[in-house]
Design a protein around this ligand. Structure first.
Ligand SMILES: Nc1nc2c(ncn2[C@@H]2O[C@H](COP(=O)(O)OP(=O)(O)O)[C@@H](O)[C@H]2O)c(=O)[nH]1
Ligand SMILES: [Mg+2]
Length: 296
């Protein structure tokens, strides 16, 4: 008897903003790699996470949700990232929210590939008080596309996520592992550090501000076994700067503390984090500025 062949493949996670794509990716890897918040468009850059198990390796690709609310150059670049990440994958996970299959979700249907498996992931089932409504909903949504599987999950609680991982394996093409087994993402610690600061802006600041802000790593170096990280938070206007800093510097301190705790968990070591706020007007509108900040 021969051992079963090793399987490996790339899996894109797509869906409208806020359905829980990044939360699902983190849950599937078992580590928080991709940032999440209750605001649409928290994910601005695509990111790969790697799940290695005996006999298989999957590369999960998180994508920014298709941008429909905020206009401009940033928007255009983000949508292109989504289309690009669907090309060249082996499997697509199309994520929706239980009991919500609306216009924004349906807009994505024409972009789903017809020549590879597409699984419908129905997330946030923990929100349903009455589970009996789920079955008719699944029956209805299954008509929208020739999905290979329909899998209800709760990414936040972890319900059915292990089963989803098992279920995906037979859909992976045969092939050798492409990454070391201790590698969990293609992104550098530098990138992940910046993202964690951006997540705190989304979670700790009011309405529009996080969309008008970005972050830039100015220094990232090891001193002994401690990472020294300096990050600038870049905003559009002086009053935004004041909001990020907060009364007596409280807000900035909170952002820094929470980001540092997450970094120490992710990197597995002590972090010294220094943050400051810089005003650069019009950064979000200027393609040049976007490029200099590492978009594209
Ligand atoms: N109740 C519940 N909330 C979830 C679940 N998955 C994600 N969320 C929340 O939905 C929001 C959006 O999640 P996120 O992963 O950032 O969505 P994305 O924009 O699709 O990447 C966050 O506030 C998450 O905590 C879930 O299974 N159940
Ligand atoms: Mg996301």
């Amino acid at each position: 008897m021969t051992a079963p062949a090793h399987r490996t493949g790339r899996i894109a996670i797509v869906g409208r903003p806020n359905v829980g794509k990044s939360t699902l990716l983190n849950r599937m890897v078992g580590t928080k790699i991709s940032i999440t918040s209750n605001r649409p468009q928290t994910t601005r850059h695509s990111l790969n996470a790697i799940v290695t198990e005996a006999g298989s390796q999957m590369v999960l690709i998180d994508t920014p949700g298709f941008q429909t609310v905020h206009g401009g150059e940033l928007n255009r670049l983000m949508n292109r990232t989504v289309s690009d990440s669907i090309g060249g994958v082996d499997i697509v996970l199309f994520v929706i929210e239980a009991m919500k299959f609306g216009r924004e979700d349906r807009k994505l249907l024409p972009l789903l590939p017809k020549d590879i498996p597409v699984l419908l992931i129905v997330n946030k089932v923990d929100k349903l008080a009455d589970k009996s409504v789920l079955l008719p909903f699944l029956a209805e949504t299954s008509k929208a596309f020739a999905f290979s599987e329909i899998v209800p999950v709760s990414a936040a609680k972890g319900t059915q996520v292990a089963r989803l991982r098992e279920l995906l394996k037979p859909y992976l093409p045969e092939g050798p592992a492409q990454h070391d087994e201790d590698e969990i993402t293609d992104r550098s610690e530098r990138f992940l550090a910046a993202e964690l600061v951006r997540e705190k802006l989304f979670r700790l600041l009011g309405e529009e501000l996080p969309y008008a802000a970005t972050v830039m790593v100015e220094k990232f170096e090891m001193q002994g076994d401690m990472r020294h990280i300096h990050i600038a938070i870049i905003v559009d206007k002086d009053n935004h700067k004041a909001m990020v800093i907060g009364k007596g510097g409280e807000k900035l301190k909170q952002i820094g503390t929470q980001a540092r705790i997450d970094m120490e968990k992710l990197f597995g070591g002590k972090v010294f984090l220094e943050l400051w706020v810089q005003v650069k007007s019009g950064w979000a509108d200027s393609l040049k500025a976007l490029k200099s900040l590492g978009y594209e």
